[in-house]
Design a protein around this ligand. Structure first.
Ligand code: ATP
Ligand code: MG
Length: 611
């Protein structure tokens, strides 16, 4: 080989083509198939499942960096098969070489040789009725074989993964982080195959024991049992596709998207199309930095999907991606819309109700809120047992404690209480919350969150009905913004005009606003424009016009809403409550937070120890 340094510093090489030695080919393949312990673990579990295991046992040390061991009670292999299994492209899983009709997890015959080329691997296996055998490989080289004693099935042990591959080693994270990734791999496969039992040990500690169970039970065990209350079951079909599973109510969300489990024909995938569709279904029900919890199982005919597109087999390609997206967005959206009614009717089971346990009472009684010492001032209603202060009279000199309550105002009670689901307004607290009395309890409404939702739904209804009323400004306003923001707004001006916001470019760094959506009333136009510009910048991607308009409408709605801090008249409060009752999706604001909570009479009684 001849190297020559060019003036620009690059090196050219006179190349002669040669075949790579097999160990090197294996290592290159390994780099793609096994990135980290979790990917090796995933391959081993997949092999166990493909072998028909009913029970899979996993043992890890140091997040898989020390040891990964997977034992199964599957079909096992004879010695000769074991030797073949460790060769590249040797697989038992493609009958008639039908790469387009794959039903097993594996199909390439690459995983074992790849792992064996970057670790010390020992494989023991035994076919029922025969003797067991053991083969050891040290970084791709044979390291001995012989008889082994084990129950029918296979046990693969991987030690010192990447110890001799510094380029990979460098990218590994702490054992803790690698362990988290391993746990994720186990969970995904355990969800994919709820009919199989799993056990996981890490550093000698039992982490998971899963008996075979129905899919919803398995999912609940691995996600959170809270989904029993905060989840929505999904079961929908279109043409030859079917989608089942569970998603969380918008109010039950997370700061990271780490609880989204997606499967195509029982194969765990991390596919962008599917993640995007899930996101789109929650559009405007959840803040952009919050994420729903989901376990979704998509069944499609084998010929509709190609699984051979990604080295780790975690992405797929659909023949008709739009149909898949349509099924997911449509199916989830429908379920979420139905649920918006149910959650409102169910006394907001969707939102864990936080209620102050009277710390003031506890102070008045001169003792700690809880004897245990971890003194939570807030506890959820569900957790709360009969309060300890039952029956004790509060001393007169402690009355001052109550003087520190937030400023509030109340209206004289009207008799009888008309039967509105959200009740009649009784007052306003902290100029932010409306307190209302319903037949069956006490309702607290976040006025800004609720109103924002109403404005958005009004705009949406108006748009669907044809046009959004606009209100011309007497004197058009000129708004100064930076140039990229102006470019963005100019590019979106047709869409914005559809929403009632007429703008025009007015020089390099300013926009002229001629009209605003009538629903907004008097509004801070400059603030609105700069928020919209940011919104458009963030949306950027290839979203449909409809998707975009909804986002933009949500931003506009936020501006047009009564702010927290505004004093409302009783008539205004009641009008808000009545409109909420008839508006779809009014149980949560555009950011997925609840707009109201209800405390039932029985819960109030419990708080006061009357039950
Ligand atoms: N736990 C196991 N029990 C029984 N046979 C196994 C087991 N693990 C591997 N094998 C056999 O070894 C072969 C090679 O396994 P390997 O994981 O390398 O490739 P694969 O599963 O066929 O394809 P892929 O590379 O896509 O995973 C398999 O086809 C299977 O026949
Ligand atoms: Mg495999």
């Amino acid at each position: 080989m001849l190297r020559r340094r060019l003036r620009n510093g690059l090196v050219t090489v006179n190349m002669s083509i040669r075949r790579l030695p097999p160990e090197l080919i294996n290592r290159i393949a390994a780099g793609e198939v096994v990135e980290r312990p979790a990917s090796a673990l995933k391959e081993l579990i997949e092999n166990a499942l493909d072998a028909g295991a009913n029970q899979v046992g996993v043992r890890l040390h140091a997040g898989g960096l020390g040891l990964i061991e997977v034992a199964d009670d599957g079909c096992g292999m004879a010695a000769e098969e074991m030797r073949l299994a460790l060769e590249r492209h040797a697989t038992s899983k493609l009958p008639q070489d039908s790469i387009d009709r794959i039903t097993s997890f594996g199909f390439r015959g690459e995983a074992l040789p790849s792992i064996a080329s970057v670790s010390r691997l020992t494989m023991e296996s035994r076919v029922r009725g025969a003797d067991g055998w053991r083969i050891a490989i040290d970084h791709g080289a044979a390291a001995g074989e012989g008889p082994a004693a084990l129950p029918p099935g296979t046990r693969v042990k991987v030690e010192g993964l990447f110890d001799k591959v510094p380029a990979r080693r460098k990218f590994l994270r702490s054992p803790r982080a690698e362990y988290a990734a391993c746990l994720d791999s186990v969970k995904r496969l355990a969800m994919a195959r709820n009919d199989v039992g799993f056990a996981l040990d890490h550093d000698g500690r039992r982490i998971l024991t899963l008996a075979p169970a129905e899919a919803p039970v398995r999912v609940a065990e691995l996600l959170t049992h809270e989904l029993d209350r905060h989840g929505i079951g999904i079961d929908c079909a279109r043409a030859s596709m079917r989608l089942t599973g569970v998603i969380s109510l918008p109010t039950f969300n997370r700061g990271v998207a780490d609880q989204q489990f997606l499967f195509v024909n029982s194969r765990p995938v991390k596919d962008r199309l599917l993640v995007g569709a899930l996101r789109a279904a929650y559009r405007d029900l959840i803040a952009r930095d919050r994420h729903p919890i989901a376990a979704l199982f998509l069944e499609v005919p084998l010929e509709e999907v190609d699984v051979n597109v990604h080295p780790a087999k975690t992405e797929v390609r659909f023949r008709d991606p739009q149909a898949v997206r349509g099924l997911i967005v449509g199916g989830l959206r429908h379920a979420l819309d139905e649920e918006s009614g149910r959650s409102a009717a169910r006394e907001q089971a969707a939102a864990p109700v936080m209620w102050t346990t009277s710390a003031t009472y506890d102070q008045a009684l001169n003792r700690h809120p809880r004897e245990s010492g971890d003194s939570p001032v807030l506890s959820t209603l569900e957790e709360r047992q009969a309060p300890a202060f039952a029956g004790v009279t509060v001393l007169a000199e402690d009355q001052r404690l109550f003087a520190e309550a937030p400023a509030a105002r109340a209206e004289p009670a009207v008799e009888p209480v008309p039967s509105f689901p959200l009740g009649v307004a009784r007052g306003q607290v902290a100029a932010t919350y409306i307190v209302a009395e319903a037949e069956d309890g006490l309702v607290i409404v976040d006025q800004h969150a609720a109103h924002e939702r109403l404005v958005l739904e009004r705009m949406r209804a108006a748009r669907e009905g044809g046009a959004i009323a606009r209100q011309a400004l007497l004197i058009p306003e000129v708004i100064e913004l930076d140039e990229p923001d102006c470019d963005r707004l100019e590019g979106a001006s047709a869409d914005l005009a559809d929403l009632g916001l007429e703008t025009e470019r007015f020089g390099p760094t300013s926009m002229l606003v001629r009209s605003v959506p009538a629903v907004l009333g008097k509004t801070d136009v400059a603030g609105l424009l700069s928020d919209l510009a940011a919104e458009i910048a963030e949306l950027g991607g290839p979203l449909s016009l409809r998707d975009k308009l909804d986002h933009v409408a949500a931003t506009i709605a936020c501006h047009g809403s009564v702010r927290a801090g505004r004093i409302l008249s009783v008539a205004e409060m009641n009008a808000l409550l009545r409109e909420m009752e008839v508006t779809p999706r009014s149980g949560q604001c555009n950011h997925g937070r609840p707009t109201w909570v209800k405390l039932g009479h029985s819960e109030i009684q419990k708080l006061f120890g009357r039950r």
